[in-house]
Write a new protein. Structure first.
Length: 291
C-alpha cells in the first residue's frame, strides 16, 4: 500500500509567519508526521549541529554533515531520518512573510539556496561562518519571543535577509558555478516558474518560449547556460518527478496518475515513464515501496 503525501501549512496560532524551532523539540513532538513523506507551504532552513542523519528530499538522500545547513523549498516532498537523531534548529517561514515586493520574490526564485542548478541544497560553511549564521538564527528567535507588532516584522525581515545573503555568499565560495544575474538568468528562472504552473498541460517548448516572448532557440541557450539542460529535458524531469511522487506517495491507480498528468491514455503514460526511467510505473512503485 503506498503512502499519501501529507501537506502542512504554517500554524495559524502565530502572529507572524516565521519561526525558529529546536530540532529536538520538533522531532519529539511530531515523529509520525516527520518520518512520513510530506510537503509544506513554507520554506525550511535546517541548521545541523552535531548530527549526521540522512534526510530524504524528492527521492534523493541527503547525507547530513555536522555543522551544515539544509535549504528546502516549499512544496518539496521530504522525509526525516527514521532514527530522528537530529541536533540543531530549523527556521521556517512563508512567502507571505518574506515577499514584500517584487525584488523579494525574484530573490527567492533565483537564489541557489533553494533552487540550486545541481540540486545541491546542503551548505557546509566553515566553522566561523556556521557560527555567524547560527547567531543570526538565535537573534531571529529572540525577536520572535519579544514580538512587537510595530517593529518586529521589519526587524525579522531584515534578520532573515541578512541570513540568506550571508548563506548565499558562502555558497558562492564553495560553488564551481559562478554566473551573473543577467538576461539568461532571468529567462531561465521565468521558464522554471512558468513550467511549475503548466507542466501538466503543456509539454512543448514552443508554448514556454511564447510565454517569455522569445524564440525556442534563445530559451534553449539560456537554460543550457544556466541549468546545463535544454528546456525539453527540464519539462520531462518535472513531469517524471511528479509521476514518481504520485506512484510512491499516493494510493492512485496508474490510470488516475496518467490522467492527472495530462496523458490521454494510460498506455501513453506507461511508455513515457519507461522511456524516462527505464522502468514501468509499477516496477518503480514496487521497488520504492520495499524501501
Amino acid at each position: 500500500m503506498s503512502k499519501e503525501i501529507k501537506k502542512y501549512t504554517f500554524s495559524k496560532k502565530t502572529d507572524i509567519q516565521i519561526e525558529v524551532v529546536p530540532l529536538a523539540t520538533l522531532t519529539t513532538d511530531n515523529r509520525p508526521h516527520l518520518i512520513s513523506p510530506h510537503r509544506t507551504t513554507f520554506y525550511h532552513i535546517f541548521l545541523f549541529k552535531n548530527c549526521q542523519p540522512t534526510h530524504l528530499v524528492d527521492f534523493k538522500p541527503i547525507n547530513v554533515k555536522p555543522h551544515s545547513i539544509l535549504f528546502i523549498d516549499r512544496e518539496r516532498v521530504h522525509q526525516f531520518d527514521q532514527l530522528l537523531n537530529y541536533d540543531g534548529e530549523v527556521i521556517i517561514f512563508t512567502d507571505n512573510f518574506y515577499c514584500q515586493n517584487e525584488n523579494d520574490i525574484q530573490f527567492l526564485k533565483g537564489s541557489s539556496l533553494f533552487n540550486d542548478i545541481q540540486d545541491n541544497c546542503l551548505l557546509t560553511p566553515g566553522a566561523n561562518s556556521f557560527q555567524k549564521l547560527l547567531h543570526i538564527s538565535k537573534e531571529i528567535d529572540e525577536e520572535i519571543k519579544q514580538f512587537d507588532s510595530h517593529t518586529s516584522p521589519i526587524i525579522l525581515k531584515n534578520l532573515l535577509q541578512n541570513f540568506l545573503l550571508t548563506a548565499q555568499r558562502e555558497k558562492g565560495k564553495n560553488s564551481n558555478n559562478s554566473f551573473e544575474k543577467n538576461i539568461d538568468f532571468e529567462y531561465s528562472t521565468l521558464f522554471k516558474d512558468t513550467l511549475e504552473h503548466h507542466y501538466k498541460t503543456k509539454r512543448n517548448v514552443h508554448f514556454y518560449a511564447q510565454q517569455l516572448a522569445i524564440s525556442e532557440r534563445r530559451l534553449g541557450q539560456a537554460t543550457h547556460l544556466f541549468f546545463g539542460k535544454l528546456p525539453k529535458e527540464m519539462i520531462h524531469e518535472r513531469i517524471t518527478l511528479e509521476a514518481k511522487r504520485l506512484l510512491v506517495y499516493g494510493n492512485h491507480s496508474i490510470k488516475e496518475i496518467a490522467y492527472d498528468l495530462g496523458f490521454e491514455e494510460p498506455t501513453n503514460f506507461i511508455k513515457y515513464f519507461k522511456k524516462q526511467t527505464s522502468q514501468t510505473p509499477l516496477e518503480f512503485r514496487a521497488l520504492h515501496l520495499k524501501k
